[in-house]
Design a protein around this ligand. Structure first.
Ligand code: BJW
Ligand code: ZN
Length: 259
């Protein structure tokens, strides 16, 4: 493992020989769009709210209005955010390497809004609410742009038009299985990729954190872009201590120059 302090031809060289690239992203990918990470010490969502209180099925059963209100706050925040230069760079990278797949733990839609076409959502989506009782999808209602951003707002969730059950966020909570199609696709592309770029994840939440080992075990390069070390660092061939919006455009520029 080597740590780079400056953009290096090493990253471009590792990617240059790879026809199939997977970019795996976590909350840090969205940080420069203004979306707080989960485990950041100062601005992390978990620093202000206890995840055990809000991101579990048990919490939702206990206090639906608290949890739905918190997710409504987060959804409004995402709707008012914009993708940044790092999201755009991944789109450019896909233009250089057809077949690039983004595997994200994020529940926002910033990759899609930047223009990424093949995005696997391991932890679901803020924009796919469903009935907690019968599973029926419920249409997402876009919030007015003037919606006040209040994390502590209590909002009673809508009811299912099919069975009357409560509508829950379409995300994967602790203790829940990941959506099988997303997980299977992620395993498949990680088993087939020729290089893996891991951006902005602490690498502590399973089973997502186990995915990079599928590339590493086959001897494929694992490149980390993250201002801090984490669970992925020990298996990374290269860890570049920079941010997504700073590092990704530089990597793509280097790569396009070495074509
Ligand atoms: C930047 C940056 C910048 C900052 N640029 N980078 C022990 C062993 C194995 C498993 C377990 C275990 N104990 C418990 C479990 C299971 C549990 C788990 O892994 N827990 C761990 C915490 C230990 N996992 C589960 O429960 C999963 N399901 C499961 O295992 O099913 C099987 C099962 C079934 C039944 C019973 C038991 C098991 C489900 C996990 C679901 C995770 N859900 C969440 C919430 C989603 C909904 C929501 O959004 O509210 O997903 S938790 C949260 O963490 C969210 C994220 O996707 C996920 C990962 O976080 P991420 O993306 O890594 O963010 P951060 O904040 O941690 O890190 C940010 C990073 O960005 C940092 O590294 C920064 O440095 C960096 N950064 N600015 C680039 N500008
Ligand atoms: Zn229902």
């Amino acid at each position: 493992m080597s740590v780079l302090d400056a953009p290096s031809a090493t990253i471009a060289a590792l990617l240059a020989d790879a026809a199939k690239i997977v970019v795996m992203t976590g909350a840090g990918m969205s940080a420069e769009s203004g979306i707080p990470t989960f485990r950041g010490t100062r601005s992390g969502l978990w620093a202000r709210f206890d995840p055990e209180q809000l991101a579990t099925a048990g919490a939702f059963r206990k206090d639906e209005a608290l949890v739905w209100g918190w997710y409504r706050w987060r959804t409004a925040m995402v709707e008012q955010a914009q993708p940044h230069a790092g999201h755009a760079a991944i789109v450019e990278l896909a233009a250089l390497r057809a077949g690039l797949v983004v595997v994200t733990q994020n529940v926002d839609d910033l990759h899609e809004r930047a223009g990424s076409g093949d995005v696997v959502h391991l932890h679901g989506s803020l924009f796919a609410p469903r009935c907690i009782a019968c599973g029926m999808p419920h249409p997402h209602e876009r919030l007015p742009a003037s919606t006040a951003l209040d994390p502590a707002i209590r909002v009673v969730p809508p009811r299912c038009t099919h069975c009357g059950g409560s509508i829950r966020p379409g995300v994967v909570w602790f203790g829940e299985s990941l959506p099988a199609p997303a997980w299977q696709r992620a395993e498949q592309v990680l088993q087939e990729c020729e290089a893996l770029l891991v951006v902005g994840t602490s690498g502590v939440v399973q089973p997502a954190a186990s995915l990079p080992s599928l590339a590493k075990r086959r001897g494929k390069p694992v490149i980390e872009i993250n201002p801090e070390a984490g669970g992925i660092t020990p298996m990374a061939d290269v860890s570049w201590r920079t941010t997504a919006a700073d590092g990704l455009p530089q990597v793509v520029k280097l790569l396009s120059e070495t074509r």
